[in-house]
Design a protein around this ligand. Structure first.
Ligand code: ADP
Ligand code: MG
Length: 437
């Protein structure tokens, strides 16, 4: 069966923040067919949750149309439901009552609710816990209640927004398996599942088709079918080959420098956002690459070797690339001579290399120029953040500044006083010019 259940046509979402408009999602075309398990995969902030809200009708897109079974959707889609990452259970209700609430909302008569709730809890393996309160349950069990509640409305389209990402590794893996069992075994009336995730391996493990998104602006950059039957094995070479392909798509290719670096905030062109990583993690990452002494390494292998998730791994590869420590092509990463030098350098030499590298970034040049021009070379955090909000949404502007301060302090190109919340340039004693070292 390949009849489309839900179709997005040229869907865009613009958010307003003060005077600025942020394109969160741009011109997305997407179809989920009857019988399909689709994963929407992309880094955080690329607009996945936004798309889910649009698909389920909780939010109207700025532009474009949502079709459900070929009919334009207006208002909330009664055939779709979302399971969220945070379990969103009522803490004052028992497990069973939490499910009954959903049944009530769906208009199931009181006399039938109890039996149905017990049945649903049974199906997700929670029999015996009907009278427990959410606080008595582990994260994995709470999410099972979340699933049971979602099943209560018998959705045709089950949307899952990172439902495993708040769970510990073992509970997450167990619950993935149980979801697959419900789905492939036909134990639920669901016609299609749309899973939102930033976890590459998870997408390849579960989905028939993966829609890959990237951010700034949020958009679809690729789609691939997963030609593997269920159940899948994470160590199977065919599985790893698909994972490799997805990394190749998301890690991109090293671009010419002017494209790679972007422009300063407020200037025409896009300001390249700093990947949020700590220098310690980046150093460890570069050391690892250096020690393996291979010219090129498959990025996907590093997730297992370094015990990091794909989101963090992609931030590390992006930072290494942005700073000129590595190049990326076809899902492989190679250290540059500079990256090797950094990995093998002393702590002090590393700081110096790092300082020269971040001084090349337009965002740092802009920040340092502002500090140079400021009274006593000091600026309040809020002032800088407001300036950054010309380029980024407020939350992201805050995180950008956090990362910039973290990098800048490490490189000793700027300082920060937490008490007064000010950024400043360190004026060296005995010199009249802060550029003297
Ligand atoms: P994801 O789920 O992929 O992490 P989201 O859909 O939550 O992405 O967010 C995409 C972008 O839109 C982010 O930059 C986020 O800060 C912004 N955003 C999300 N919701 C709103 C909102 N209601 N108002 C303003 N900006 C928003
Ligand atoms: Mg989200």
């Amino acid at each position: 069966m390949t009849s489309p259940l839900v179709t997005l046509q040229q869907v865009s979402q613009i958010y307003r923040s003060g005077q600025r408009l942020f394109p969160a999602v741009q011109a997305v075309n997407l179809t989920v067919n009857d019988g399909e398990f689709v994963a929407l995969l992309g880094p955080s902030g690329c607009g996945k949750s936004t798309l889910l809200r649009i698909i389920t009708g909780l939010q109207r897109p700025t532009e474009g149309t949502v079709y459900y079974r070929g009919i334009p959707l207006h208002g909330v889609n009664p055939h779709a439901t979302i399971v969220f990452q945070t379990f969103a259970l009522f803490p004052w209700l028992t497990v069973q009552q939490n499910v009954e609430v959903a049944l009530k909302a769906r208009g199931v008569p009181a006399s039938l609710r109890r039996v149905r709730a017990v049945e649903l809890l049974d199906r997700v393996g929670l029999d015996g816990f009907e009278t427990a309160y959410p606080r008595e349950l582990s994260g994995g069990m709470r999410q099972k209640v979340g699933f049971a509640r979602a099943m209560a409305v018998e959705p045709e389209l089950l949307c899952l927004d990172e439902p495993f990402s708040a769970l510990d590794i073992l509970s997450a893996e167990a619950l993935r398996g149980e979801l697959l069992e419900l789905w492939t075994g036909g134990h639920i009336p669901t016609k299609a599942i749309l899973l939102v995730t930033h976890n590459i391996e998870e997408a390849v493990l579960l989905a028939d088709r993966i829609v890959v998104m990237d951010k700034a602006p949020g958009r679809v950059i690729a789609e691939l079918t997963v030609p593997l039957s269920q159940p899948r094995q994470r160590k199977d070479p065919a599985f790893l080959q698909v994972v490799d392909r997805v990394y190749a798509t998301l890690a991109g290719q090293t671009q010419p420098e002017h494209l790679e670096l972007g422009t300063a905030p407020g200037e025409p062109g896009r300001t390249r956002a700093l990947p949020h990583i700590f220098i310690n993690d980046l150093s460890g990452f570069l050391e690892y690459l250096d020690e393996t002494a291979q010219a090129r390494i498959d990025i996907y292998r590093l997730a297992t070797d370094l015990h990091v998730d794909s989101d963090q791994l992609l931030r590390l590869t992006e930072a290494a690339e942005l700073l000129g420590f590595a190049t990326i092509a076809q899902g492989d990463i190679s250290l540059t001579p500079l990256g090797e030098t950094f990995a093998e350098a002393s702590v002090l030499a590393r700081k110096e290399i790092f300082a020269t590298r971040i001084r090349r970034l337009p965002l740092f040049q802009w920040l340092l120029a502002m500090l140079q021009a400021a009274d006593k070379h000091r600026l309040q955090w809020d002032v800088v953040q407001t300036a950054l909000e010309l380029e980024f949404p407020p939350e992201e502007a805050h995180r950008q500044l956090e990362t910039a301060v973290n990098w800048g302090r490490y490189a000793e190109v700027l300082a920060y006083d937490d008490k007064s919340e000010t950024l400043y340039l360190e004026v060296q004693e005995g010199t009249s010019d802060s550029s003297a070292r």
